[in-house]
Design a binder for this molecule. Structure first.
Ligand code: SF4
Length: 211
């Protein structure tokens, strides 16, 4: 059977051919705004988050400005995304942590990012790779599903999937691989009805050839 590294290489080569410069679909101008957008994106679509952040960032573009809000005030601004009450508490606390501990800057280490309220490993990895160009492979629900269906990983958790993916994929491609697999999961390898016959990487897919 084809080895995981070879399968990853074949899949990513094809996804790269179709979309050489994959980008996040979240709108942001600064690392802080990306961090906010990624926190807001849990249980919401990127489209919905972009609608909310267009107004939010116009009024509160920086950690300092967001730290001036109470969680209830921020909740009013983000009430059109899922889990807005929890997210508003986390974002106000994170804004205050940045102002008080990091001089208003987003830290650039995984451990420091993960210590911020509401910031998990996936969010931290997205910020490292997308805002700072530091190699990291964030595993969200799409990456988890797609990687395991394709046979790029065989894991029960996102963390284990990440560990296997970073072994199978060259470091220089981690950030792009994250975007390729997300976009593939969003538009082709969807959770309920993956579009397997039209999938450009179906010839390499373990799930497709074993079902
Ligand atoms: S063949 Fe189907 S299951 Fe496999 S990656 Fe493509 S869409 Fe997903």
């Amino acid at each position: 059977m084809i080895k995981r590294k070879e399968r990853a290489n074949a899949v990513l080569t094809e996804l790269a051919r179709l979309n050489p410069q994959p980008q996040t679909e979240l709108n942001f101008e600064t690392p802080w705004q990306l961090l906010v957008a990624v926190v807001l994106s849990a249980q919401s679509t990127d489209k919905q988050v972009n609608k909310v952040t267009t107004l939010l960032f116009a009024k509160y573009p920086t950690p300092e400005s967001m730290a001036s809000l109470t969680p209830d005030e921020l909740a009013e601004e983000i009430r059109n995304v899922g889990l807005f009450r929890t997210k508003s508490k986390h974002l106000v606390a994170t804004a205050n942590a940045l102002v008080n501990e990091y001089n208003g800057n987003v830290p650039q280490s995984l451990a420091q990012l993960e210590s911020l309220p509401g910031v998990g490993r996936k969010t931290a990895n997205v910020v490292l790779s997308t805002a700072f160009d530091i190699p990291a492979l964030a595993v969200d629900t799409h990456v988890f599903r797609v990687a395991n269906r394709l046979g790029l990983a065989k894991a029960k958790t996102p963390e284990e999937t990440e560990r296997q993916l970073v072994k199978a994929i060259p470091k220089k491609l981690w950030s792009k691989a994250h975007h390729w697999l997300i976009l593939h999961g969003r538009y082709t390898c969807t959770a309920r009805k993956p579009k397997c016959p039209a999938c450009p990487v179906n010839s390499y897919c373990l799930h497709y050839h074993t079902k």
